[in-house]
Design a protein around this ligand. Structure first.
Ligand code: AMP
Ligand code: MN
Ligand code: MN
Ligand code: MN
Length: 276
């Protein structure tokens, strides 16, 4: 069974509508699929309806932005009840600062000689509640300042570059609490993406485990193939369940397409082991 538990639609910073992401995943052979938009569950009902129609098992998910040790960390919640009021209130609070951050990003870009980026980014936004750096990246590509969104994130929008605005997201205990309140399972997303040294990274896993967390992403489009092995070893060492997903955002923008991501190492216990 091909399982993909990390994907984005245009309800956050993907480009396809939830039903179109479902169809895209199905066409690539996915049998069990989760939509995990950033800080939003607004696409879940459309995604579930289309996934079910196409014969996929559906997992309702979300990817929550948190701040841990002054770094932005992403926490995926799987098997959540998208109607849960605690989860919905938490996500709404998390989204609330995005528009003001977007205006500050645009002000910095203007100082760097790139005007009108707020309006430009908004043209790429389907959900005005969720203005993301990705929308700014697509705008900078549209006006020819960069060729790819990856190049944008090397030159802009990240620490030390024009358009980086520090932001305080949810705390780890709060986000885990919202996921749990909604009946879901918290999973540390793409642990290889954070700029932690071994000590800080170990402290994150320990804090997560102390709060009852027991799953991490191992095989994800946001890891390098070398990191699949590194985080498989972490999962073994900590006894964590393992998750797998492309982190798909847009056709052609993907680092790994749905049909190219390898399976989890067979000795790891998948986070979905008793779901389907
Ligand atoms: P935000 O939540 O607005 O801070 O935007 C974060 C999003 O930007 C991530 O979910 C990715 O989709 C995208 N992103 C961040 N860093 C990179 C990168 N180095 N290359 C490509 N996309 C990135
Ligand atoms: Mn994203
Ligand atoms: Mn992420
Ligand atoms: Mn993601």
């Amino acid at each position: 069974m091909k399982v993909d538990l990390h994907c984005h639609s245009n309800v956050s910073d993907g480009v396809l509508a939830p039903a179109a992401v479902a169809a895209y995943a199905r066409a690539a052979g996915v049998d069990a699929w989760a939509l995990t938009d950033h800080d939003e569950v607004g696409g879940i009902k459309e995604a579930r309806a289309k996934a079910t129609e196409l014969g996929m098992r559906f997992v309702a998910g979300v990817e929550i932005s948190i701040t841990w040790a002054n770094e932005t960390v992403h926490l995926v919640g799987l098997q959540v009840d998208e109607d849960d009021p605690v989860l919905q209130r938490g996500l709404a609070a998390t989204r609330a600062g995005r528009d003001a951050r977007g205006r500050e990003i645009a002000a910095q870009l203007e100082q760097a000689g790139i005007p009108d980026a707020y309006e430009g980014a908004l043209k790429f936004v389907a959900n005005p509640d969720l203005l993301s750096r990705t929308h700014f990246a697509r705008y900078l590509c549209e006006v020819g300042i960069c060729g790819t969104t990856a190049e944008v994130f090397r030159k802009f929008l990240t620490e030390g570059r024009p358009g980086f605005v520090p932001h305080r997201w949810a705390t780890l205990p709060d986000a885990m609490g919202w996921i749990r309140a909604a009946g879901g399972i918290p999973v540390i997303a793409h642990p290889g993406r954070y700029r932690f040294d071994d000590t800080a990274q170990g402290a994150l896993f320990d804090a997560f485990r102390q709060l009852g967390g027991n799953a991490i992403e191992v095989v994800t489009g946001s890891h390098t193939p070398e990191q699949y092995g590194i985080y498989a070893e972490v999962a073994r060492r900590y006894g964590f369940l393992a998750s797998r997903g492309t982190d798909f955002h847009a056709p052609g923008e993907a680092r790994v397409e749905f049909d190219k991501l390898p399976p989890l190492p067979s000795d790891l216990k998948p986070v979905w082991h008793d779901w389907f």
